[in-house]
Ligand binder design. Structure first.
Ligand code: PAF
Length: 281
């Protein structure tokens, strides 16, 4: 694996790939890699000749008072993991490479950035879109791979690609879970032993909501019950049942349903979701 710390050196490498007509997949990460990230890399390897992983903790997607400074970083371990997975290139830029002259561009992500997680994190998705656009401009990948755990992020990036990067294919990978059901996340590191033991109740409540919907419960009632169940163990940011394609209210046209939620447990903010095809709902 080759490691690049500047845009110029990475571009030199990518020019060589293009001369050899190799397709390029990009997997953007903030490091703290776990099996969830590694599944993105496996997908990228299936889809392209060359896999570029970026590792950059993006300041613009953290609001002040959020966990930018504490965000778990383990570059040594990450590099070892990526080498083992035979990633071709690792891009580890500095803030000045990504934000030269601290350029302010307009990454208005519209209504999609203001709902769900956007209510408590109103600037978050603008920062995500900004950095992803920057990586798309630098790497110009044929395909970019994202996880379905960050479902709202994925939806916003699909929209961004549709609007501005329609040559880049966006691929996604299902959530990877711990054996007890907890969705893997770098932020699970913030949980104490006691909190970690309680955390699987998050996915359990979402699963129960799905079962209720599938056995014919009304959507509003299932959402209300999920909120009540989650509130026993967590501080609930939101839990909603929506059209998975648009993240808006379910209509007769909705084909897939998402149960999507964010909760707080001690110092950690956890997100999770379940997407399923509409049958009886
Ligand atoms: O999902 C993440 O880890 C980040 O939001 C991303 C896409 C790497 C942008 O910083």
């Amino acid at each position: 694996m080759q490691i690049f710390k500047t845009v110029e050196s990475l571009n030199g490498y990518l020019d060589g790939c293009r001369e050899r007509a190799q397709s390029v997949a990009l997997v953007p990460t903030m490091g703290g890699l776990h099996e969830g990230h590694l599944s993105l890399i496996n997908k990228a390897k299936e889809c392209a000749d060359v896999v570029v992983v970026s590792l950059f903790v993006n300041p613009t997607q953290f609001a002040s008072g959020e966990d930018f400074e504490q965000y778990p970083q383990s570059p040594g371990e990450d590099i070892e993991n990526l080498q083992q997975r035979q990633v071709d290139a690792l891009f580890m830029p500095q803030i000045a490479d990504i934000y030269p002259q601290s350029q302010e561009s307009d990454y208005d992500v519209g209504e999609l950035g203001q709902i769900l997680c956007g209510i408590s994190r109103p600037t978050h998705f603008k920062g995500v879109a900004q950095v992803v656009a920057r990586f798309f401009d630098i790497v110009k990948p044929d395909i970019a791979v994202f996880g379905e755990k960050d479902y709202q992020q994925l939806t916003i990036i699909r929209e961004l690609a549709k609007r501005k990067y329609n040559t880049i294919k966006i691929a996604s990978v299902p959530i990877i879970r711990e054996p007890d059901g907890l969705a893997m996340s770098t932020r699970n590191n913030y949980l104490s032993v006691k909190e970690r033991a309680r955390a699987p109740l998050f996915y359990k409540a979402l699963r129960e909501a799905r079962e209720e919907l599938e056995s014919g419960a009304d959507i509003a009632l299932a959402a209300k019950r999920a909120l009540a169940a989650l509130s026993k163990s967590f501080v609930v940011d939101y839990v909603e049942i929506l059209d998975a394609n648009t993240l808006t209210e379910i209509t007769h046209k909705s084909e897939e349903i998402i149960i999507i939620s964010a909760v707080r447990l001690g110092g950690a903010r956890l997100i999770d979701n379940i997407v399923f095809r509409r049958a009886n709902v």
